[in-house]
Ligand binder design. Structure first.
Ligand code: R1P
Ligand code: GUN
Length: 253
């Protein structure tokens, strides 16, 4: 199984025959967020294991299903679960669902995930709208873009300024319910599956990250990523003196 052109083309061709209307918007649900699919009307669900070349979901809280229907008036796909390097998938396999969605004609991608807070003012249940990322695995040569370039998915050297669409980010910040205390920040992607040591948390915070998880980004323009902060995280964080909420900037510099 590979993540290059053939696998994604075959998956997209197979999926096109399953749905009356191809999706134009796709939402990837991270751990515990799969219930978003219940918002779809006229929904049809397909297990990942039935889709040619899709890897298997092995993580708790990831149903491993693609649900296609309508969200409001938009034809929409909800992916209940993503693939991570720590499951043993190659970088080229992890991107198969996203590339398949692109071939199906999806123009807007919203990624969600569960992450650990690196800042005392970012608490469980809060929402981080990712404005930029630090991809440690990618920087170390484990980018899914390593290998021959498939021009259908972007250029050989993709620019990463505004990797997350500014208009979608503004929309997410404006529409998020107040109690989620949505703000924008920087996500750092690590390999996992162990959570970070206190020293690693200090390091990641110093390089400018607000939240940490096991990575994942979209393809070029039209993608945005929302991170929900999980209750657990490094044992170091409770030792940090929390600021009062009135001191919090709405958007970090
Ligand atoms: O929401 P997902 O993608 O599952 O991400 C987070 O949740 C899992 C463990 O907490 C890890 O995979 C982490 O990256
Ligand atoms: N790496 C990492 N992933 C997470 N997913 C949810 N919480 C965490 C965390 O603290 N660290």
């Amino acid at each position: 199984m590979e993540g290059g052109g053939i696998a994604c083309s075959e998956a997209a061709r197979w999926l096109r025959a399953q749905f009356r209307e191809p999706p134009r918007v796709a939402l990837v649900c991270g751990s515990g967020l799969g219930a978003l699919a219940e918002e779809l009307t006229e929904a049809k669900a397909i297990d990942y294991r039935d889709i040619p070349h899709f890897p298997r979901s092995t993580v708790q809280g990831h149903a491993g299903r693609l649900v296609v229907g309508r969200l409001g008036s938009a034809p929409c796909a909800v992916l209940q679960g993503r693939f991570h390097l720590y499951e043993g998938h190659a970088p080229s396999q992890v991107v198969i669902p996203i590339r398949t969605m692109a071939l199906l004609g999806v123009h807007t991608l919203v990624l969600t995930n569960a992450a650990g807070s690196l800042r005392p003012e970012l608490s469980p249940g809060h929402l981080l709208v990712i404005r930029d990322h630090i991809d440690l695995a990618g920087l170390a040569g484990r980018s899914p873009l390593v290998g021959p370039n498939d021009d259908r998915f972007g250029p050989r050297f993709p620019p990463m300024v505004d990797a997350y669409d500014p208009a979608l980010r503004r929309l997410a910040l404006a529409l998020a319910p107040k109690e989620l205390r949505a703000r924008s920040g920087v996500y750092v992607g690590v390999g996992g599956p162990s959570y970070e040591t206190p020293a690693e948390c200090r390091y990641l915070r110093r390089v400018g990250a607000h939240a940490v998880g096991e990575r994942g980004r979209g393809l070029g323009r039209g993608s945005s990523k929302l991170t929900q902060i999980q209750p657990q995280t490094s044992s170091e964080l409770p030792q940090i003196q929390p600021q009062t909420s009135s001191e919090l900037p709405q958007i970090w510099p």
